[in-house]
Write a protein that binds this ligand. Sequence first.
Ligand code: ADP
Length: 191
Amino acid sequence: MFNLILFGPPGAGKGTQSEKLIEKYQLIHLSTGDILRSEIAEGTELGLKAKEVMDLGELVPDEVVIAMIKSKLEANASAKGFIFDGFPRTTAQAEALDALLEELGHPITIMLALEVSESELIKRLLNRGKNSGRPDDQDEAIIQNRINEYQNKTAPIKDYYSLQGKFRAIEGIGSIDDIFNRLCSQIDLIF
Ligand code: ADP
């Protein structure tokens, strides 16, 4: 299995690049944000609870997203590999993911981190908010809160994967295709 973590702050382009990568490499895209939004759309109890937290730009509890990922991994046991997008977002999530993948016998292959300046992120997210319908993209204070959550809780897991020799930084500014090519050239070294 080829198991990729596509990492980066909100608005870095993880969703856009994941769509292109799954097509090229035949991987399964696991986005906790997308899974949570589908729970909201279906009006499940989990979705209703998650929505309150997401609308504030805060993180959903670790045990909720870990359980979601666990069931997706179990449901796709024969996949060629996975792209984890928006997960893990805390050290506890990274540790839980390692434990789940160890059970499968297919650890994380690599973490590719899209790097984008904060001012560019805010610009992109406000722009996306004009037509995405996502409430968390429509208010600059909420966007700032998400970036703060990223800096405080998520960015430290770079060190977690660096210690395993798996972290690679990728310049996340430029055209969608330029960034895609940068990602592919790292992936093709080991795919
Ligand atoms: P973005 O990366 O643009 O913020 P996402 O779709 O990845 O968008 O996430 C939207 C929201 O969903 C987050 O702000 C958070 O509230 C929640 N969320 C998504 N993934 C996780 C996760 N792994 N852990 C905790 N909360 C999450």
